[in-house]
Design a protein around this ligand. Sequence first.
Ligand code: CMP
Length: 219
Amino acid sequence: MLELIKKVPLFAQLNEHQLNALIEICTRRTYKSGTILFQEKELGSVFYMVLSGSVKIYTTSTSGEEKILTICKSTESFGELSLIDGKPRSASAQTLEECTLLTITGQSFLDLLRNHFDISLGIMQELSNRLRDTNQQVYDLTFVDARTRVIKSLIKMANSHGLRKGTTIVIKLVLNYDEISQLAGVQKSTLMQVIRDLEEKKILMISPSEFTLELTKLR
Ligand SMILES: Nc1ncnc2c1ncn2[C@@H]1O[C@@H]2COP(=O)(O)O[C@H]2[C@H]1O
């Protein structure tokens, strides 16, 4: 457990004694793929850190359509907003594959922020990254065409689940086509059109469990 928790950037400044104290207040649990951890508008009670696997963070419209806001992978964390501001969960969270997660209760999380400035700073940096990323998403949804948004989403997927092999990146598919269109913010029919075009141009090779992106042809 110590070795795993050391890799969480949020806790990079803690010494071994502090990390062991932290482990004492954490709960570790493995979740099956597809588990809904919490839903938007629920009261928040715990903070989550991903030790392995990945979790999608998404929001749902009144008509039931989803938009994926981000994918949290190993060593990343989520669920801090409602603990900090006392308001309901701002989005929902669901595991995309089998995941091992650490949780800390809301009270212990707030105590950590009070007692360790470096952890508070880490959370502020994380919130800054999210605001920048959200600004970029607003920009893309407002000004960028659907094809480019799909390609940007493939690059996001490559960053979270890709393995570079020469001039290609092999992306493990943890999202289905509905979810990729929710990540890109395009209709599924548009996604399928762009994917077919990329396949014809040999930019994208598709197998049931992975996408292979040819980087030299991507522009
Ligand atoms: N736009 C976003 N980008 C990344 N993560 C988000 C975004 N909105 C909400 N989250 C995360 O999703 C969590 C949902 O529960 P909380 O509101 O407690 O805390 C939230 C953040 O950790």
